[in-house]
Design a protein around this ligand. Structure first.
Ligand code: G3P
Ligand code: CA
Length: 256
């Protein structure tokens, strides 16, 4: 990618492009990531799975069915086989021929231009994935613009222990959003960010996390009041399908 150089647009409220600028281009593809940079996202969010031959690849679902012309689990495909799938046509003909990216390619192409919020999907089904992530990131001297996140708390604790200089985030499932003080003490002892669905968050929770020196990110499913709510609660960043900022009118909403 040869676009603009990296900058944080508004350090007080990070703008994070969910699966890239996924309202404009097929999610988790080079095209969506390029669009995210163009629209001045501070970070690109993406999802990582592991191929049959152990390569870290960028896709949301554990199966290729929804977003490609193939079917079955990512873990049953080698990288070479995955590279033969079309990850753009499901969105529109305009993106026909887009191919799956590896985590290495994502870093090579975007690290210099934008922050990266990398989610490990189902890390428990990919034993050793944390070590793989750390060994890739060890090639980069400055990890200040990279965050690793997951719903899997123990996986994030492991990443933190392997590479304490790397920021990790814990994603909170909507049904588990009322975190006890004890749970908050534990999570904030290693996680730089706690990330919620905005509909299941209240200001007191945000304050309780800030008091423990961690930050709060929110994502949302079709919530038109996302930005206003997030600002009212004082969160530190918004993960949405669109990342133009700070023109609230143009914030696109996270897809189902
Ligand atoms: O980063 C938050 C969000 O990505 C979590 O949900 O399903 O889009 O990965 P999902
Ligand atoms: Ca995600």
């Amino acid at each position: 990618y040869n676009g603009q150089t990296k900058k944080v647009h508004n350090p007080n409220l990070l703008s994070i492009a969910h699966r890239g600028a996924s309202s404009f281009a097929p999610e988790n593809t080079r095209a969506a990531f390029q669009k995210g940079v163009e629209l001045q996202a501070d970070y690109l969010e993406c999802d990582v799975h592991v191929s049959k031959d152990g390569e870290l690849v960028i896709m949301h679902d554990e199966k290729v069915d929804r977003t490609t012309n193939g079917s079955g689990l990512i873990s049953e495909y080698t990288l070479e086989e995955l590279k033969n799938l079309d990850v753009g046509s499901y969105h529109s003909d305009m993106f026909a021929g887009e191919t799956i990216m590896t985590m290495n390619e994502l870093l090579e192409e975007f690290y210099d231009h934008v922050g990266l919020l990398i989610e490990l999907k189902n890390p428990a089904s990919y034993p050793g994935v944390e070590e793989k992530v750390v060994s890739i990131l060890n090639e980069y001297e400055d990890l200040g613009s990279i965050i690793i996140q997951s719903f899997d708390v123990e996986s994030m604790r492991k990443i933190h222990n392997l590479l304490p200089s790397l920021e990790v985030a814990v994603l909170i499932r909507p049904a588990e959003s009322l975190l006890s003080s004890r749970k908050l003490d534990d999570l904030t002892s290693f996680a730089s960010y706690i990330n919620f669905n905005v509909s299941f968050l209240n200001k007191r929770m945000v304050d309780n996390i800030h008091r423990r020196d961690s930050k709060v990110l929110v994502w949302s499913k079709k919530d038109k009041k996302l930005v206003a709510k997030a600002q009212k609660y004082g969160v530190d960043g918004i993960i949405s399908d669109f990342s133009k900022w700070p023109d609230n009118e143009q914030i696109f909403l996270v897809q189902e």
